[in-house]
Design a protein around this ligand. Structure first.
Ligand SMILES: [Zn+2]
Length: 221
């Protein structure tokens, strides 16, 4: 009889441990990276406004939006106008081991007529030595998930930038290198395009972008 009780207790313990693990796994962790900050203003939007301000505003709005139902926890790589190096940002990701990493930028260049958004997922350049590294192999496992998220973001950003997706692109971006989580860089609008420049400064559009990104992240999970 005692033996049976011991077995029963063991079974109950295992069930409780499994339930605990499931509960812990139920909450997703997302790291949002408002690119640039501090001395690094990023691309110039106006004389007084830089990319760093816009990326922070959208990241803060996105954090608020995602935090609403308590199922997703959001960590920002910076929550103020501070200097944070790419290495420090990556260390945060490595330490927190999130379920997703998203870096937000504003684009510029290619003349005044180019507008819209671009989404970058981690690149796999052939002639790189680190391709052989364990981290690179691990990262490959997350490539499909990164692309899946990129497609969702592309779909949802299309409502704000109609027919202005410049596509999903593979890139060897330093911030994405060797990250072993689904990870993307989203380049929102072109500071060099007059319409985009006006649009991206609007708090209403920034809130819409945050909602579109939040919707994409939620559908991804
Ligand atoms: Zn940037």
């Amino acid at each position: 009889m005692l033996r049976n009780i011991k077995i029963l207790l063991a079974v109950i313990t295992i069930i409780l441990m499994a339930l605990d693990a499931a509960a812990a796994g139920g909450r997703q962790l997302v790291i949002i990276d408002p690119a640039h900050g501090g001395d690094d203003a990023g691309v110039k939007i106006t004389d007084k406004l830089g990319e760093k301000e816009i990326t922070l505003a959208i990241a803060l709005a996105l954090q608020k939006e995602l935090g609403k139902d308590g199922k997703i926890e959001v960590i920002l790589t910076r929550d103020s106008d501070s200097n944070v190096s790419i290495e420090e940002r990556k260390k945060k990701v490595e330490k927190a081991k999130p379920d997703m990493f998203l870096s937000l930028h504003i684009n510029a260049g290619f003349g005044k007529s180019v507008s819209g958004f671009e989404i970058y997922y981690p690149g796999f350049m052939e002639n790189r030595e680190r391709k052989k590294s364990a981290a690179k192999n691990l990262q490959a496992r997350y490539l499909n998930e990164s692309v899946k998220l990129a497609k969702l973001i592309e779909k949802n950003l299309n409502t704000i930038f109609p027919r202005q997706s410049r596509g999903l692109r593979e890139a060897d971006t330093p911030i994405l290198e060797e990250l072993t989580v689904p990870a993307l860089v989203v380049e929102l609008a072109f500071a060099t395009n007059p319409e985009d420049r006006k649009k991206i400064q609007s708090p209403k559009i920034q809130a819409e972008i945050a909602r579109a990104l939040a919707k994409s992240i939620k559908s991804f999970f």
